[in-house]
Design a protein around this ligand. Structure first.
Ligand code: FES
Ligand code: FES
Length: 183
């Protein structure tokens, strides 16, 4: 008769991850989730846990070019993958055009959903630099936001498209001041 193993009986394995352009090695148990490795072992706290079951979009990251909910990915399945989190969208001291557009349109309230939404929009615009309203709505539909406005999100995506078409990919962090003066 088989017996139930306690979690501690599963041996650690080493996974190699390239996150935001940096190489990492982490010791993980086979049942550990990617979200926990990113948040608690690598300190990338932009990755948020909402539902924990692939429904809210708060935890999404871009893994080898795919948008994936990190709460549903075992860390061992991310071995040797390239991962992008919100922290990797812009160099130190800068914000990405998509972030700037969301701030300019005053789209964000508490901001909990924000990292997942921004990464999803980045993924969309990488594939399709000028999406239709329907395509924007479809990508936003995978993200639950309890306190912001989806209409503003759509405006923000369109503003991001404009910035990127103008070649404005990054903005200096001091540009944030223009947001407070616009309120
Ligand atoms: S926490 Fe992963 S989809 Fe909600
Ligand atoms: S801004 Fe609060 S959940 Fe989206």
């Amino acid at each position: 008769m088989s017996r139930v193993h306690s979690k501690e009986e599963y041996p650690y394995v080493t996974v190699k991850l390239n996150v935001n352009g940096k190489d990492y090695e982490a010791s993980v148990r086979p049942y550990e989730r990617l979200i926990d490795v990113l948040r608690y072992k690598l300190g990338l706290t932009s990755v948020k846990e909402g539902c924990g079951r692939g429904e809210c979009g708060a935890c999404v990251v871009i893994m080898d070019g795919k948008l994936v909910p990190s709460c549903l990915v075992l860390a061992v399945r991310a071995n040797n993958k390239r991962i992008i989190t919100l922290e990797g969208l812009a160099p130190e001291g800068k914000i990405h055009a998509i972030q700037k557009a969301f701030l300019d349109t005053l789209s964000v309230q508490c901001g909990f959903c924000f990292p997942g939404v921004i990464l999803a929009v980045k993924w969309l615009l990488d594939k399709n630099p000028n999406p239709s309203d329907e395509e924007i709505k479809e990508i936003l539909g995978g993200h639950l936001c309890r306190c912001g406005s989806y209409l503003r999100f759509i405006k923000a995506v369109k503003l991001a498209v404009k910035y990127l078409q103008e070649g404005k990919v990054y903005f200096d962090i001091k540009e944030l001041r223009s947001v407070s003066s616009a309120r």
